[in-house]
Design a protein around this ligand. Structure first.
Ligand code: NAD
Ligand code: TDX
Length: 336
């Protein structure tokens, strides 16, 4: 199988590229990524010379280049991870979220359609469902009710994917996963921000009262679920992905403080995120029963390994936090 992975230089995409290259020695993977502030080729340093791996820098909105790649690499399946992914950034600058997450998705769908691609998989998020009260879960039938510009743009992308299936018969799947954590997670997001700030002795900013709940899943369990959806997902279906692992932000931050042995005094309660969703929780019954997916990581094991990864890979995140890696990649790839 020949895969075009868009956004493969980001957190989940890079874990997925590595997962597929390791698992399928006969598959070819083309990683197409714009290398925005969140894209980092250091995430794939260990596979950059793999014979089945190719990296191409580019924008998913560039139909000509994507079309050329699909044709020349005889692509069977497109898996779209490319997105602007940070809720806080979407609140201050929504434009780029619409451009990438809505228009970029449509550009990819057009190329997929024109080339009669075998399957198009859209990596979406549970945030499109909005927020839950104290009880209940998101199922695939939960109405879309996004609350942030980020989640609204992801919902817009999802609806276009659905429409290209209904209208043009494109074989698509949409996956909606809960919050991921694990190696190569960009240090603007809660877990890596708290680990790296704690290691630097910096403040740990918790929004509002810290009682917001997220449902955390190890990135490798997410990759395994996407692998199953590629191979066994039924045409046009949505699959929710989550491991029933709900934690408040307070619990997450206190766990990190304890594991790293730093002072609780670093914790600082700050102004809440506008439109802050209170609780996310996924009902994963469909993917478990239909495709046989089951998460392998317990949170205890996954978070301990992740904290250790950030201790062992300080150069990776210090380069990001200092802006060094952007200067380097601008020089390497800026004019390509
Ligand atoms: P990320 O921000 O780490 O990576 C996004 C990648 O997309 C980067 O490598 C970036 O360079 C690339 N990109 C951005 N705009 C592009 C464009 N116009 N053309 C080509 N490439 C572009 O994000 P992530 O956390 O790895 O998330 C990946 C996907 O999974 C996103 O679609 C996100 O909505 C979804 N998702 C994330 C989570 C999570 O917890 N992180 C959970 C569920 C779903
Ligand atoms: O400094 C912080 N303090 C804080 O209290 C940050 C960065 C976050 N938070 C809170 C906000 C959320 O309740 O922690 C929770 C998690 O925040 P993020 O890491 O920004 O993730 P979230 O907003 O839940 O969105 C994530 O999961 C779904 C990803 O960033 C999305 O791309 C994905 O779709």
């Amino acid at each position: 199988m020949n895969l075009l992975v868009t956004g493969g230089a980001g957190f989940i995409g890079s874990n997925f590229v590595r997962y597929m290259l390791e698992k399928y020695p006969n598959y070819k993977v083309v990683n197409y990524d714009l290398l925005t502030y969140a894209g980092n080729l250091e995430n794939l340093k260990d596979v950059e010379n793999h014979p089945n791996y190719t990296f191409v820098k580019g924008d998913i909105n560039n139909r000509e280049l994507v079309n050329y790649l699909v044709k020349t690499h005889e692509i069977d399946v497109i898996v779209n991870f490319a997105a602007e992914s940070h809720v806080d950034r979407s609140i201050t600058d929504p434009d780029i979220f619409v451009k990438t997450n809505v228009l970029g998705t449509q550009a990819l769908l057009d190329v997929a359609k024109a080339n009669h691609i075998k399957k198009y998989v859209q990596i979406s998020t549970d945030e499109v469902y909005g927020t839950l009260g104290e009880t209940g879960y998101f199922t695939e039938e939960t109405p879309l009710a996004p609350n942030s510009p980020y989640s609204a743009s992801k919902a817009g992308g999802d609806l276009l994917v659905r429409a290209y299936h209904e209208t043009y018969g494109l074989n698509v799947n949409i996956t909606r996963c809960s919050n991921n954590y694990g190696p190569y997670h960009f240090p603007e997001k809660l877990i890596p921000l708290m680990i790296t700030n704690a290691l630097e002795g910096k403040e740990l900013p918790i929004y509002g009262d810290g009682q917001n709940i997220r449902d955390w899943l190890h990135v490798k369990d997410h990759c395994a679920a996407i692998d199953l959806v590629i191979h066994k997902g039924r045409p046009g279906e949505v699959y929710n992905i989550g491991g029933h692992n709900e934690r408040t932000n307070n619990e997450i931050v206190h766990l990190i403080v304890e594991k790293l042995g730093v002072s609780k005094d670093l914790i600082k309660y700050v102004a809440d995120r506008p439109g802050h969703d209170r609780r996310y929780a996924i009902d994963p019954t469909k993917i478990m029963t239909e495709l046989g997916w089951k998460p392998q990581y317990t949170f205890e094991k996954g978070i301990a390994e992740t904290i250790q990864w950030y201790i062992d890979n300080q150069e990776w995140w210090k380069n990001i936090k200092s802006g060094e890696y952007m200067n380097y990649y601008q020089k390497q790839y800026g004019d390509r």
